[in-house]
Design a binder for this molecule. Structure first.
Ligand code: SF4
Ligand code: SF4
Length: 419
């Protein structure tokens, strides 16, 4: 949930460079999950069979972000599988961040990993360098192993659970990444309780929809069905709320947190809930920059870090065009009462199943969820805004019926203190 009520201002004309997503090993991965869309991306980089970011590109990417980025910048390290680069690569990345950073600049690093290579040394490094680790662990063994397989179709669960335990022991900040597919969608409580029991209290659920490789006219069979995902979200929401203590959540579900931002009028951290895309860019292993991780394709190629500036790519015509794609919504969205909270979902989810005819594959799920949760989300938002107001009054040393300190002549509660 948000910690202040200060956001929500109109965005400036030029987008600030605040975050980049880096794919140092391109689409390469040491696992072979059935539902992964990255593996096919190798065709985009046919020059080499193995894709690795070299030191020149790493250094230049970091130099630009640190020198031309805001006072607070975030690096998201993603794949494929970024740990294929080895620990020393990330040690160098941290050194470059220190070398090129300004005094007082705050740097965040997030690493998404399948956990297969995470051992005690990795865990210690990630803790010491304050990385936020997103670990792909879909749930208990029967759920995780359903599709998340090592090469040779071997089970990966034990290895990933071991990685989780190393990371927890080391005290690394962690987030469980859970893909919701046709099978796991049946088990919201089991997945939630599994992570909670292990102490993994931050969870990010990602609904899966991909085009069927055998029939391009429909979604792949492992995709989650919209109605089933709607039931999943509702049950998960009830579990999340049941774990509130003293009006505060004790577990963190990224999508719920983001939705909550929309209820208090703040800009949500989850890009799928924004009005437009294009708030960040992706840097591939060879320095090529693209509009979004899900659109690493020729149409959305913006340039290369060795030939241009990332901040210019972020503000390029092409990136603006990409950003607007999200806003071109089907008629159903334009009249939908949930549009201010849903924003039509992620554009990639409109494209995978032709039967959706341009609508978000999970639209029915979102409608079901908002119908189920809206009243309670409004209540939570109300409570939160009142709390913010109270904190603000204490800071300004003003009561609700006092004249407003802004000088308007009105009572504070009818002016700046209005909830
Ligand atoms: S396409 Fe989806 S993931 Fe990419 S920026 Fe837009 S909402 Fe975010
Ligand atoms: S719930 Fe469906 S119709 Fe409504 S805004 Fe979201 S995607 Fe569009």
């Amino acid at each position: 949930m948000p910690s202040t009520a200060s956001a929500g201002a109109a965005s400036p004309a030029r987008k600030p460079l605040t975050s980049v997503l880096i794919k140092p090993a391109g689409p390469d991965c040491n696992m072979a999950c059935t539902y992964c869309f990255y593996l096919g991306k190798s065709q985009l980089f046919p020059q080499t069979a193995i894709h690795r970011m070299d030191d020149r590109i790493l250094r230049e990417t970091i130099r630009q972000v640190m020198r031309e980025g805001e006072n607070q910048v975030a690096f998201g390290w993603q794949g494929g599988e970024p740990t294929l680069m080895g620990r020393q690569f990330f040690e160098r990345a941290v050194q470059y961040q220190m070398r090129y950073g300004r005094p007082g600049q705050i740097v965040g690093n997030g690493l998404q990993t399948n956990g297969a290579l995470i051992d005690k040394d990795w865990a210690r490094f990630l803790r010491e360098a304050s990385f936020l680790v997103g670990l792909s662990l879909d749930g208990p063994q029967h759920i995780h192993d359903r599709y998340r397989r090592l090469a040779g179709n071997q089970s990966s669960w034990e290895r990933v659970v071991r990685a989780r335990d190393f990371l927890l022991e080391a005290g690394a900040e962690m987030n469980a990444l859970i893909v919701v597919n046709d099978y796991s969608v049946q088990f919201p409580a089991e997945i939630y309780e599994f992570h909670k029991a292990s102490g993994l209290l931050h969870m990010q659920f990602i609904p899966c929809v991909e085009t069927d490789p055998l029939d391009p006219n429909r979604a792949a069979p492992f995709s989650a069905d919209a109605d089933a995902y709607g039931r999943f979200l509702c049950e998960l929401f009830d579990l999340w709320m049941a774990d509130f203590r003293h009006g505060k959540p004790t577990t963190h579900i990224r999508w719920f947190d983001s939705v909550f931002y929309t209820y208090v009028g703040l800009e949500p951290p989850d890009c799928t809930l924004l009005e437009e895309c294009g708030v960040y860019v992706v840097v591939e292993h060879n320095g090529d920059v693209f509009s979004c991780d899900f659109f690493v394709e020729p149409r959305w190629y913006l340039g290369n870090v060795l030939e241009g500036r990332i901040v210019d790519f972020l503000n390029s015509q092409r990136q603006q065009e990409f950003g607007r794609v999200k806003k071109s919504l089907p008629a159903e969205c334009l009249t939908c009462r949930w549009l201010p909270h849903c924003r039509g979902g992620c554009p990639k989810d409109r494209l995978r199943d032709p039967r959706d005819q341009g609508r978000d594959h999970f639209c029915r799920a979102y409608k079901k969820f908002f119908q189920h949760a809206d009243r309670r989300l409004r209540q939570l938002a109300d409570d939160w805004l009142k709390e913010q107001q109270k904190a603000q009054r204490q800071k300004l040393k003003v009561e609700r019926n006092d004249p407003c300190p802004c000088g308007s002549g009105r009572k504070y509660k009818h002016c700046c203190g209005r909830v």
